[in-house]
Design a protein around this ligand. Structure first.
Ligand SMILES: Nc1ncnc2c1ncn2[C@@H]1O[C@H](COP(=O)(O)OP(=O)(O)OP(=O)(O)O)[C@@H](O)[C@H]1O
Ligand SMILES: [Mg+2]
Length: 396
């Protein structure tokens, strides 16, 4: 596959013509026209013309880096930076038994929890990996087309995409295939904590140990990095989603009130805090949902201390992951971490006082990356653009 180039996109809008170009410079065309023409198969020798043809195909095409996250997908385009940042949500409508994509990203997220029976809003990634491959492919394809606009005839981007460090080879292949099927000519993978560390300007190419904790929607990745490699990594399947679930179940248990995931996420963002506020209460706010006893809509008053209590379990799991990583870090690297400290990235890093809590629990300096939500996409983009990071990309 290494030297094989798919140029299916050249034949857009005739996608049934699938052309494979091998390193021996042969083109084999296989496919069947929808009006029933017989399957054709021809082979042309193209001595030495590969580079010209490649350049031609790449006209108007930009390589892309994708942070395919459980909660958000970000697309970084070569020489342009982040051009797309939308929720990883797809709304699917079923009419007469036939499913079609109704909305993707922001539009689909607005429908979550409010859809009629004929529409379902799906999150194709769960726990940091692809749970629904077909929907994930559709989502990636939609975002690539959105970024590339109308230049689809020359669509030929190389795509660098990040994967959680704990992803299995099957999961990695699913992500690769989704990007290939969505039109990528070549797919490179980068491990998410490496991308996060590059995006947070950490010294990953130097012989210095540093620790990054990327708290995403589905997973928390804890990694110790040195010399372009991961010296130790662990992935905890706890992140923002588990925090939302913890808020839903806290409110149900203590107030007999049923709230949706979207409401819980909003509360987490607006009031979420890792430790009980100094005055023991913090901010007080109201919350609406459905009363579990009599089934009618109801409003309750709750405060930040309650939210800290609700979040204690998922935050405890994150702290435990950090502690395990520290225990397993080689002494020389551990000594570096004492100086360098721990850097937090990912949306979960924005939970109030989480840095303070980790500082207390580990006794180490803890800082939050400048743009925690975009670190991974920026790091993936830099790894794609800057030859200094080339060693961190993988093809499988
Ligand atoms: N201000 C905030 N406070 C608390 N949590 C936040 C805040 N902003 C975003 N989040 C949470 O961060 C999570 C999304 O973070 P991020 O975009 O880094 O995840 P992701 O990359 O999609 O997920 P993963 O890396 O696990 O695949 C969501 O759960 C979201 O609710
Ligand atoms: Mg992420």
């Amino acid at each position: 596959m290494e030297n094989t180039v798919w140029i299916e996109q050249l034949f857009w809008p005739f996608p049934w013509r699938s052309v494979r170009w091998r390193s021996s410079c042969q083109i084999g065309i296989a496919g069947e026209a929808p009006w029933g023409l017989p399957r054709r198969s021809t082979t042309h020798e193209l001595h030495g013309q590969m580079s010209f043809f490649s350049k031609f195909l790449k006209l108007g095409s930009h390589n892309m880096a994708i942070d395919l996250g459980t909660a958000n997908t970000l697309v970084y385009v070569e020489d342009q930076g982040i051009v797309l940042d939308e929720p990883s949500v797809v709304a699917i409508e079923t009419i007469n038994g036939i499913e079609r994509v109704k909305a993707v990203g922001d539009d689909a997220k607005m429908m979550m929890g409010k859809t009629p029976d004929t529409i379902k809003a799906v999150r194709p990634l769960r726990d940091g990996v692809i749970a629904d491959i077909e929907v994930a492919e559709k989502m990636i394809e939609h975002f690539i087309r959105k970024v590339h606009g109308k230049r689809t005839l020359f669509r030929y981007p190389e795509i660098t995409i990040c994967v959680p460090s704990g992803a299995t080879s099957v999961e990695k292949r699913a992500i690769r295939d989704a990007a290939s099927n969505a039109g990528a000519s070549e797919v490179y993978l980068i491990l998410e904590p490496m991308a996060a560390a590059i995006g947070a300007d950490m010294p990953v190419t130097e012989p210095v140990g540093s620790m990054v904790v990327d708290i995403g929607g589905g997973t928390t990745e804890v990694a110790v990095l040195s010399l372009r490699g991961l010296a130790y990594t662990t992935s905890v399947r706890t992140g923002g989603d588990k925090m939302d679930e913890a808020i839903v179940s806290y409110v149900r248990r203590h107030h007999n009130l049923l709230i949706g995931e979207t409401t819980a996420e909003r509360i987490k963002k607006d009031y979420g805090i890792a430790i009980i506020p100094e005055d023991g209460v913090g901010e007080t706010f109201t919350l609406k949902g459905r009363d579990l006893v009599n089934g009618v809509p109801k409003e309750i008053t709750i405060n930040q201390a309650h939210i800290a209590e609700a979040l204690s379990e998922p935050i405890g799991a994150i702290v435990e992951g950090v502690r395990i990583a520290l225990e397993n870090t080689a002494p020389e690297l551990a000594a570096d971490i004492v100086d360098q400290g721990i850097v937090l990235t990912g949306g979960g890093a924005l939970i109030r006082k989480l840095d303070e809590h980790l500082r207390e629990e580990t006794g180490l300096p803890v800082s939050i990356a400048e743009n925690p939500l975009t670190c991974v996409a920026i790091g993936t983009g830099r790894a794609m653009e800057d030859p200094i990071y080339r060693g961190v990309l993988h093809t499988a």
